[in-house]
Structures are given as C-alpha cells and as structure tokens.
Ligand binder design. Structure first.
Ligand SMILES: Nc1ncnc2c1ncn2[C@@H]1O[C@H](COP(=O)(O)OP(=O)(O)O)[C@@H](O)[C@H]1O
Ligand SMILES: N[C@@H](CCOP(=O)(O)O)C(=O)O
Length: 298
C-alpha cells in the first residue's frame, strides 16, 4: 500500500448547438485529483477545494467515489482504503461537464487500482462512464479530449474523434447561477414540429464537417431548434446572451444543458462577442483540452 494515484480530467461542452446528445468538445480547464491507497478497506476520507466545496457529500455518495467503486466492480479490483483529495476547477451545474469529469476521474482511479500502470482502456472507459453519466457527448470528450461525436448504440457507445480545424478557437461564459442537467432535460418536449426537425437535421449533418474542414459553415451548423429554446425559461439571462451573441455573428450555443454559453469559431467571429454585454457572466478563453490522464506512483 501507500500507492498514490493522480488524475487530471477536463471540462467539456456538449451539443454545440445542433449536435444534441452527440457532439462534445473538451477544453483546458481541469479538475485535478489525488488518491492515496491505504491498508484498511473501511477507510474513506475526502477533501475538496474549489468548485463544489461545502456542497458535495464527503462519503460514499461522492460521485468520484461512487464511480470508482463501480469501476472496481467492473474490473475486479479489491477495495483498499481511500484518501481522496479533489482540486476542483470545473464549475458545477453550469453545463460544463462537471459530473462527467467526476465519473471519468473515479473510473480512471479504479483502473489504476485494478490494473496498475497498464494504459487506460479508453473505449472501455467511454462505455462505462457514458452509462453512468447518461451522456456520451460529455463523457466521451472527457475521456478522449478534443472534439468527438458519440452516441449510444445497442449496449455500446460509438465514438468518432474529430480533427478540429486549426483556425477555430473557443470561448465560454459562465454565469453565477446553477441549473441541474436533470431539470434542463425535463423541460424538453416529447415531439417537435417537422420544420424544426428538418432544420435541425441539416445543421447537425453539417456540424462535424464545419468543425473539421468548413469553418465558414460553423455559424449555420450551430443553429439549434431541438433544445435551447425550451430551456430558455430556466436560464433567461443565458438565452438573452445567446441571442445577442448570435445576432452579431458569434457561433454561440448553450453549453450542454446550460446555463453556461459556449462559442466556437474563427478569431474574427469570436472577437465580435466583444460588442455584447455579458453582465453576471465570467468569460473564459480556454484552449481545446486533452483527455483524462492517470498517473500511478509506488
Ligand atoms: N467533482 C465532483 N465531485 C463530486 N460531485 C460532483 C462533481 N462534479 C459534479 N458533481 C455532482 O454532479 C452535479 C452536477 O451535475 P450536472 O447537473 O450533470 O451538471 P454538470 O455536469 O453540467 O456540471 C453536482 O451538483 C454534484 O452533485
Ligand atoms: N446532451 C446533454 C448534455 C448535458 O451536459 P451537462 O454538462 O449539462 O451535464 C444535454 O444537453 O442534456
């Protein structure tokens, strides 16, 4: 015992407008976690600083620990004593993939406990994290980094890595209020008008092409008719910001289930955002991020 593991896992944005439940992008804003393994399997201590401090449970209900225990079960690892320290930088309940990051981190620890220094099995991690999280767009991007297209198929997850065009950058606006993902899914209608479905299908078909090789189409491809307008009532300030950004040509979208706003575009498109007021939002300009990293020592 006395082994130490560390995990670094990125924030992610899901949907990117039209890619509802299938398009994800990781960016360079990370949670960093350390885990010390001890002899006594009943030992569990959790320390959190940063986002979620004082709010997340400090026992087996903690999402990292829950996911770690699921991973140990899946990979046949024995439970050791656990001393977990979380340095959280990903804001919670803003649509920036904090829950996906916590789940992927817990599973990465479980892999390290069960398999030592064997490299992470990314497809396996994607499968299990997507099942727990429910959204392969966030979970897949947190595992692989960069931009991904991912969806559930039968009992599995199909995932395609996308090569983001070199000219593209990202911006994120983080509000100071929270909206949980479950609530933001509960307001979605069971059916939508055919005209909206057709517009959505066209934009979603164009989105991966736009991201990889036709950045001139990004604005059109990020148009959404399936989820954002329905979520607006839960996050009116975000909806107003989104509308003002799109009105000046910024390819912006609600990030995940919101309420953060995300934009991906050329330098010129993103610079147009400077004309928009974003009171009550913190603006970030992160690089696109790499996927989960695990280090095992001792
Ligand atoms: N690092 C973390 N540690 C423990 N629990 C977390 C962590 N990140 C997220 N969670 C849990 O997930 C919830 C947020 O998940 P969710 O509503 O899906 O929003 P999002 O994933 O968009 O931030 C938090 O309220 C908390 O319960
Ligand atoms: N596609 C999902 C993504 C949820 O992402 P989160 O970061 O808000 O958990 C959705 O739009 O509901």
């Amino acid at each position: 015992m006395g082994r130490r593991l560390s995990v670094r896992v990125p924030a992610t944005t899901a949907n990117v407008g039209s890619g509802f439940d299938c398009l994800g992008i990781a960016f360079a804003l990370h949670d960093e976690l350390e885990l010390e393994l001890t002899e006594d399997p009943t030992e569990l201590s959790i320390t959190v600083d940063g986002e979620g401090e004082g709010n997340v449970p400090l026992d087996e209900r903690h999402l990292v620990i829950q996911s770690l225990l699921t991973g140990l079960e899946a990979w046949g690892g024995r439970r050791p004593g656990l001393r977990l320290t979380c340095h959280n930088r990903i804001p919670h309940s803003r649509g920036l993939g904090s829950s996906a990051a916590a789940i992927v981190a817990g599973l990465a620890f479980a892999w390290g406990i069960s398999r030592g220094e064997e490299p992470l099995d990314l497809p396996e991690l994607t499968r299990i994290s997507s099942r727990i999280e429910g959204h392969p767009d966030n979970a897949g991007a947190a595992v692989w980094g960069g931009a991904i297209l991912a969806w559930f198929a039968d009992d599995d997850v199909r995932l395609v890595n996308l090569d983001l065009h070199d000219s593209l950058g990202v911006r994120v606006w983080v509000p100071d209020f929270e909206v949980g993902t479950a609530g933001a899914r509960s307001v979605l209608p069971a059916s939508v008008p055919r005209a909206d479905a057709v517009t959505q299908a066209i934009a979603a078909a164009a989105l991966p092409l736009a991201l990889e090789r036709r950045p001139d189409l990004i604005f059109a491809a990020t148009e959404d008719r399936l989820h954002q307008q329905y979520r607006a009532e839960l996050m009116p300030q975000s909806w107003d910001l989104l509308r003002s950004l799109r009105a000046v040509g910024v390819p912006a979208a609600i990030s995940g289930a919101g309420p953060a706003i995300f934009a991906v575009g050329s330098v010129e498109e993103l610079a147009a955002a400077d004309a928009c007021r974003a009171d009550g939002f913190r603006r970030l300009e992160p690089a696109v991020g790499t996927g989960v990293e695990l280090r095992v020592e001792g």
